[in-house]
Write a protein that binds this ligand. Structure first.
Ligand code: ATP
Ligand code: MG
Length: 473
């Protein structure tokens, strides 16, 4: 998962959590306020109902939204069971209640008798079968009843009001809030995604620039300001400066060491040649001298290659000009045909010009062809393809091929597939590293495809050039 997606998802999760928290607390406090107001209204209505009982003995004077009922209990200290079994006589009820009646559960009744008053929730079933959810205040009163002269009586007064309005207000709120929250989440998500992208853009830019840093490190342009990205770029630039100086030191060391080694190796070779040609040596001595000569020649090639490679630190001097590619490739074919026992062929359009340095290109193809020959190929083909802007040259062989796991490392310095075998064949593992650095100095690329047992194809692309004298071609 990308950093951008992760930050967006995290923002969305935080937003969703906050919306849930806000929605929950607003819903809770709205519910509390609405029910608290209802309780207060029921308490006030209960007082008017008591007055109506005292003065008129009925509850028909209550507002039409109030469900009220009064029960007269003509016994002292009744139990809830007594009341449920008919010990209470309903003597007054509000107009809203009509023929229906309010009932309390046994536990509710017990609570009323014990504590004097209780709020409860009940459902009234109207004669037409519809259900009305009610909030009911039940009270135990000692009061006079108009029309009953024996003084104070025990009365159970039930005053209720429908909670339909409150519930529908709450449901409306929940619906509206949920719809708004979903919209906020969608827009919030889009906005977060955009903002995160905008914020991360400079970082991606730094990553792209850092990706482009190749062998020769260039400083990244430092952005304005003092934010985290600017300080990251400054750190990267400091690191690049250190890398550059390390590269330079390494290159200088390689150049100095190989340069210093060249003179003694040349001297050794000169003296061996002298000994072999001008002095009487025994057969055994000759054999040893021949071995020393072979090894010294190998060392001379190695030192030469190292010196070449030390130039890759930026000082490759390629003299780019229009080069007639078939000529260079023909030279290679002629050069190797003499010693190569297999078949070396060339396929190239006659008028093919590339931008390059003929000496260096010769070196590249010589390296590739000698590798193919060393890989025991019996057929080597040089194929030049004329593409729109570029020219691709393929060096195909039917030699041993290269196992897959070695392919990514082949162009590294001193990399050999089979150290013992390749050393035996006189290789030091620098040839392909030189090939790559020369091709890159030409602004081209080189790549390899290979199948063990079938052969290998080394391809390189070069920039095409105009023929310098079109009329002569
Ligand atoms: N055409 C090929 N077929 C099979 N293996 C190859 C081929 N070209 C290169 N290789 C393998 O890649 C290795 C690296 O090649 P490279 O040219 O860099 O070094 P080298 O030929 O061993 O030594 P040098 O070129 O310095 O004399 C070789 O040792 C060889 O094992
Ligand atoms: Mg080689």
């Amino acid at each position: 998962m990308t950093l951008r997606t992760r930050i967006t998802l995290l923002t969305l999760a935080l937003l969703a959590f906050s919306l849930l928290l806000i929605g929950g607390s607003v819903y809770g406090s709205l519910q509390f306020t609405l029910y608290e107001n209802l309780r207060r209204e029921l308490a006030e209505t209960s007082l008017s109902a008591q007055q109506l009982i005292r003065e008129r003995g009925d509850l028909s004077g209550l507002p039409l939204t109030i469900y009220g009922q009064a029960l007269w209990v003509p016994f002292p200290n009744p139990t809830a069971g007594d009341i449920l079994q008919g010990a209470a006589i309903p003597f007054a009820q509000s107009l809203a209640l009509g023929n229906a009646s309010l009932t309390l559960s046994e536990r509710g009744l017990q609570e009323v008798l014990r504590s004097g008053g209780v709020y409860t929730q009940t459902i009234l079933i109207r004669p037409d079968g519809s259900h009305v959810p009610l909030r009911v205040r039940a009270e135990r009163l000692e009061t006079e009843i108009a029309g009953i002269p024996q003084g104070k009586q025990l009365v159970i007064l039930l005053i209720g009001k429908s909670t339909e309005n409150i519930e529908s207000t709450l449901a409306d709120f929940a619906r509206t809030y949920t719809a708004t929250a979903v919209l906020v989440l969608i827009f919030g998500g889009l906005l977060a995604f955009r903002l995160v992208r905008q914020t991360l853009e400079p970082l991606e830019w730094v990553a792209r620039k850092a990706e482009q840093v190749s062998d020769k490190p260039e400083r990244l342009p430092e952005p304005e300001g003092r934010d985290e990205v600017a300080s990251l770029v400054r750190s990267l630039n400091r690191m690049l400066a250190r890398l550059e100086s390390a590269w330079e030191t390494q290159g200088r060391f390689l150049a100095d060491a190989s340069h210093e080694l060249r003179t003694p190796v040349t001297a050794i070779l000169g003296h061996i040649s002298y000994l072999l040609r001008r002095t009487p040596v025994s057969e055994q001595q000759r054999e040893s001298l021949e071995i020393i000569k072979r090894e010294a020649e190998r060392m001379q090639k190695l030192v030469g290659d190292l010196l070449e490679l030390s130039k890759t630190g930026g000082s490759w001097k390629v003299q780019l000009g229009a080069v007639h590619l078939p000529t260079v490739l023909n030279e290679i074919v002629e050069e190797y045909s003499k010693s190569f026992e297999g078949q070396l062929s060339l396929e190239a359009p006659e008028s093919l010009w590339v931008l390059g340095d003929p000496e260096r290109l010769h070196q590249v193809f010589a390296n590739l062809v000698s590798n193919a020959i060393k890989a025991r190929a019996s057929q080597v083909r040089l194929v030049a393809l004329d593409l729109a802007e570029r020219v691709v040259v393929r060096v195909e062989d039917n030699g041993e091929g290269i196992p897959k796991e070695h392919l990514p490392h082949l162009f590294e310095r001193f990399y050999r597939v089979d150290k013992a075998r390749d050393r035996e064949r006189g290789g030091s593992g620098l040839g392909l590293a030189i090939v790559r650095s020369i091709v890159e100095a030409h602004g081209g690329t080189v790549w390899v495809e290979s199948e063990p047992g079938q052969g290998s194809v080394f391809s390189l692309s070069l920039k095409k050039a105009q023929a310098p004298h079109p009329q002569l071609v």
